[in-house]
Design a protein around this ligand. Sequence first.
Ligand code: ADP
Length: 259
Amino acid sequence: LTARIPLPQNKDELYTVSKTINKLLDRVENALERERQFTSDASHELRTPLTVLKGTLEVLIRKPRNTEEYHDKINFCIAEIDRLNHLVDQLLLLARFENQKRSLSVEKLYLNGAFLDVISRFSSTIENKNIQLRTNFIKDYYIYTDNYLFSIVINNLISNAIKYSSQDATVTIDIQRMNGKIQCSIIDYGIGIAVEDVEKVFNPFFRSDANDHPQIKGTGLGLSIVKKLCDLLDIDIQISSKVNNGTSVILSLKEGELK
Ligand code: ADP
């Protein structure tokens, strides 16, 4: 603070300095508020499935059931535990990337291969939903980035594109050079996001579809991880969407040289 704010020499300067200090205090207050909100949301998200699990198991012990009912309830509990596991993994990821700027491991990365690797992880979901996944890779561009962190970004975006699409839908991935940048677009024609929600999707735990599409499960953390990583990797990310029309996410990356 002392390095940034010079000692005031007169009344005007004193006024300016006090304004600057107030602004800084506001920023600290906002950061603390965000932190408090995050902790309270995280506790809520963790407690809800635990309460559901406890309730289900207690009922199961109290009332005798037939084998089929036991199976159903236990399968339900396993699915809840899987969701909890996923949530804890995502919370750990977020915590790990909070202060990672210095430990990035930057290497040359060819984009086509990076995308195809991630797409291959979704092959069974793509097959089950009969998603038509189209890739328009004109050239094999490369960038310099942290391969692992970049793969998490595209993993979460492709995962969402598939998850929020209906059976037999098309998902398109374009990679092209535009305005001196490499643009990677992940486009789906799924449920879309309401206009007023688009700007909120990077907030931790925000889920736009939760009430309208309760069958689509999620934690609301995927895109906040994506945003944090894009900031870390110096990637610009833009989302545009229309309800029932689909969503397109564009990543603008610093250009490497053409292969
Ligand atoms: P979630 O685990 O809920 O998918 P995300 O952080 O990845 O969490 O996304 C936040 C919310 O943004 C989602 O709950 C959903 O409402 C909306 N969303 C994200 N990607 C898409 C998409 N491709 N199509 C429609 N809605 C999306």
